[in-house]
Write a protein that binds this ligand. Sequence first.
Ligand SMILES: Cc1ncc(COP(=O)(O)O)c(C=O)c1O
Length: 430
Amino acid sequence: MTHRPTALLPFPDTATVGPAGIELDGVSLTTLAAEFGTPLYVYDAASIRTRARAVREALDSAPHGGHAAFALKSQSALGVLRLIHAEGIGADCASAGEIEAAQRAGIPGSELVIHGNAKSEQDLRAAVTTGARLVVLDGRDDADRLAAICRETNRTQDVLVRIAPGIDVDTHRHIATGHHGSKFGVTPAEGAELLRTLPAGLIGRGLHVHLGSQILDADPLIAAARWLPVFAKAEGIPLEVLDLGGGLGIRYTPDQDAPDPGQHTRRLIEAIATVCAEEGMPVPEIIVEPGRSIVGQSGVTLYTVIGTKTVGDGSTWVAVDGGMGDNMRVGLYGATYAPVLAARPLADVDGTYRIAGRHCESTDVLAEGVPLPAPQVGDIVAFPATGAYHQTMAHSYNLFGRPAAVLVDGGAAHLITRREAVADLFARDV
Ligand SMILES: Cc1ncc(COP(=O)(O)O)c(C=O)c1O
């Protein structure tokens, strides 16, 4: 393995430093900023492929097969979805819109798993009419509404029931979902009862669990995988399919370390095979729903420095041309990043800086205490690890259009999402 400077650790796999600064797969970030403008999302195809392939290969080794459904909430640019689907990975969709995105990317209904704690009539109808492989029920009301649509359309639908097993994970409380009191899923006892008493038209295939996101210590995910077959056997409910959700974390800052998604998937498979052997029960088909761990590390967001100023308390702001409109994670979870100047990532720093977004909110601050080498107006700031939950969460507050996105693949850059123009912002006004 080639040595990577510490500052590059959260950047995509192909990141190197050349004469013009950081390059992804040989393409310089400053060149991309000049060609496509900023703010700009840049994704490294090789980083995505490596992770998607590793998960797929791990599932291929599972005794009764396995299916990966990529979580579209983390990334839904069609250019990225096509790449992931080409690696043999389907989709986890949480709305009629995400179902449409999957279809437009060429992912058939037979590879879709449908989620949502408050699925609308439109969402459920889209699931049924696309022939979704599985709908994951979040409660009795969900089941009743789905069954009514099945009756009306004279179809049946395979379902799983999502349970919140009361397992806590070490992540931000805003992205923990498997604890007691979570708005997602039902208690294990209610889940078992729902599977035993499903309305006509729904065929229960098994259980679903998703404990949360950005989980760096994967042990609780393994513990949940071991517990579910034991629970299903004790309750006498079907477990042909066991969907273990997503949740694996990535490295946002150089000091973090994250499990490898392929190895993690193998650990899950082994844990289930072992517990099923212990319990004398058949091994279920395994589904995983990775999102962040496939695409997160592939992304870099580029901004241009608009101004710098030192203020009353002696701190220095570096204001950039993006902010909470393209990165909601700081405001939502207090997320931290390790940005660098794209042209001078390894230069000696001259102080620490506060990176301000351009939105009219005091909380629109992208990073605090960032060591940088004398940033100047016009410099390009590169935020690594922004491939997941950035573009999908982008919005147009202050009527700044949403950024463009570029995929770097095979040494060339391809525009996959065009920048939102001012005219686009009024397309829905009547
Ligand atoms: C049901 C479900 N599956 C999969 C995911 C993807 O999670 P992650 O991006 O952390 O892998 C999520 C995200 O919260 C989810 O809610």
